[in-house]
Design a protein around this ligand. Structure first.
Ligand code: GTP
Ligand code: MG
Length: 268
């Protein structure tokens, strides 16, 4: 059974992707690479994620200290190869505490994953946010600021988290999804282009240590949720046509098949 860990800082888009994926598995689109081989024994957690996705509501925050484990039996139509994948949906704060090296939930996880699916949804440019205050004159008598994790940029947190996760679970395959691609697609030709431009430090780290990582853009919602009947109706129509959530690959080509990154992770 292939085990896949879904990682990401708080609000990285983990639950939204699982919700959209769960809907797709129950309502496959044309030429979808992976489909359900059999229905999961317990559909209740999946339905809890599908319902808000269908009604265009943001997901509830995942509860801390608790892994909602989702086991899926999938089949690849092309060669009839079957896979069982276990995707835990763990709260972002538990990953954040990995950076502090005290995440009990993840470190105690006995099911070692062979594959890692990391989501990134936050981009900031300050290496250390504590450098803020640059507009104020420097006060040499002021108390030095206490260093806190939240002062560190998301890019640096992602690098530390990847290092620590790889140390805990030396996975074979890594896929990195840049979430909310609907918001970024107009500014960048491809997800790699965005990673290079917005987070060159993270990009260099990934290229050096994980040069075979599959980097993709993902819009699990299909668009930003806004209180506008026109936009909402469009999203509902797209849901019905199977053209709502989408993935954009390294070359910038678009697909409505959210199983693409999973197929990469479970392929030899
Ligand atoms: N525009 C846009 N926003 C998105 C998309 N996916 C997620 N978001 C937003 O990102 C935020 C976090 O999404 P979640 O899926 O709850 O993130 P999470 O990683 O499960 O967060 P935790 O459970 O707190 O760890 C929400 O406000 C979503 O509305 C997307 O495809 N497009
Ligand atoms: Mg969540």
């Amino acid at each position: 059974m292939t085990k896949c860990l879904i990682a990401g800082l708080p609000a990285a888009g983990k639950s939204t992707y699982i919700g959209a994926l769960a809907y797709m598995l129950q309502n496959p689109v044309n030429n979808q690479i992976l489909t359900l081989n059999e229905n999961p024994e317990d559909l209740s957690y999946l339905n809890k994620l599908i319902d808000p996705w269908l009604s265009l509501q943001r997901m509830e925050r995942t509860t801390r200290g608790f892994a909602n484990n989702i086991d899926l039996n999938l089949v690849r139509k092309a060669d009839n190869k079957t896979f069982s994948i276990s995707l835990p949906d763990i709260a972002g704060e538990d990953y954040e505490s990995i950076v502090r090296m005290n995440s009990e939930v993840i470190a105690s996880w006995s099911d070692k994953p062979e594959a890692m699916l990391l989501f990134i949804n936050e981009w900031d440019n300050d290496i250390l946010k504590e450098q803020l205050g640059e507009t104020e004159p420097f006060d040499k008598n002021a108390e030095p600021l206490t260093f806190e994790l939240k002062n560190m940029s998301a890019v640096v947190q992602n690098v530390l988290m990847l290092k620590e996760l790889h140390h805990l679970f030396p996975w074979k395959k890594l896929a990195i999804g840049l979430s909310s691609w609907d918001k970024h697609q107009k500014d960048y030709g491809s997800p790699i282009d965005m990673l290079k431009t917005r987070a060159s430090f993270l990009y260099n780290f990934i290229m050096h240590y994980f040069p075979n990582a599959y980097i993709f853009g993902v819009s699990a919602q299909g668009d930003e949720y806004v209180e506008d009947d026109n936009i909402q109706n469009k999203l509902i129509e797209k849901t019905e046509n199977g053209t709502r959530a989408f993935i954009v690959d390294n070359k910038g080509s678009k697909s409505y098949d959210l199983t693409l990154p999973l197929n990469f992770l479970i392929s030899d």
